[in-house]
Write a protein that binds this ligand. Structure first.
Ligand code: SF4
Ligand code: SF4
Ligand code: SF4
Length: 254
């Protein structure tokens, strides 16, 4: 199972990881919006570097939970956990209901307000690159190896080694090792990383258990509404496709 380990003590805040992500996915420049949260994540920024006092920099991205609450909350399986580790998103299935955004314990998925049809955006741990045997663009770009890629077991062993060899340097904790059932983006640090959980004290049990119970109690009328939205979404997409074809001279049929 692939994973990322970010060592806050090694990060110099150069933003090379952010730039590499934006370049890889052709993400446009950010448009400031009044409703945005302070962490800088958006549909156009899948990773950010949060600046903290005393030259501390905290890189934020999707944690690629081992049991992702976002995937459990999604009524049409637009998000799913791959066997390799990344949690990926299929925009063709997405209804735009934003249950995933409400379910995520780390506040990661963001809505793409600039698209005529609904999209939710987040880091995909460079799944296409991983499938090609390559590492994520952000870990490749990091000049200090503050954020590294590898097998989760090996990264956990590396994190334990650093904590053991430098007990005065680090907080004695691997962030994400067990919380919400364990995640695939881990951290070690010399400052508290409460900001990654928005100050919430996350428990060790996987959230899908509670998410699933909550989803099962959603009244039938909302399930019907979901089906209605799926149909509406399909009709809108179909109309846009037909409109495009009309404008392009009817080159494609179907
Ligand atoms: S951090 Fe949030 S968006 Fe990422 S896999 Fe976990 S629940 Fe899903
Ligand atoms: S793993 Fe890939 S998608 Fe995720 S932040 Fe890094 S470059 Fe972006
Ligand atoms: S590239 Fe590395 S050192 Fe630079 S901000 Fe990102 S994690 Fe920190």
């Amino acid at each position: 199972m692939k994973a990322i380990l970010t060592d806050i003590t090694k990060c110099i805040g150069c933003n090379q990881c952010v730039i590499a992500c934006k370049n890889t996915y052709n993400l446009p420049s950010e448009i400031p919006r009044h409703w945005q949260t302070g962490d800088g994540l958006s549909a156009r920024n899948w990773t950010t570097v949060i600046r903290k006092p005393d030259n501390h920099f905290i890189r934020k991205q999707c944690r690629h939970c081992q049991e992702p609450a976002c995937a459990t909350a999604c009524p049409v399986a637009a998000l799913h956990k791959t066997p390799e580790g990344p949690v990926v998103y299929d925009s063709h299935k997405c209804l735009g209901c934003r249950y995933c955004m409400m379910a995520c314990p780390y506040g990661i998925p963001r809505y793409d307000w600039d698209q005529p049809i609904p999209y939710v955006r987040k880091c995909i741990m460079c799944y296409p690159r991983i499938k090609e045997g390559r590492q994520p663009a952000c870990t490749e770009a990091c000049p200090t190896q503050a954020t590294i890629f590898g097998e989760r077991d090996e990264l956990v062993a590396e994190a334990k080694r650093r904590l053991k060899e430098n007990p005065d340097k680090y907080i004695n904790k691997i962030y994400g090792l067990h919380e919400v059932g364990g995640v695939n983006v881990l951290y070690i640090s010399d400052i508290d990383l409460d900001c990654l959980t928005m100050g919430r004290d996350l428990q060790e049990y996987p959230l899908p258990k509670t998410t699933s119970a909550a989803m099962n109690s959603v009244p039938f009328v909302f399930v019907g509404m979901g089906a209605f939205m799926t149909g509406l979404h399909w009709i809108i997409k179909r109309r846009m496709k037909l409109q495009n074809e009309k404008e392009n001279g009817g080159a494609n049929n179907g």
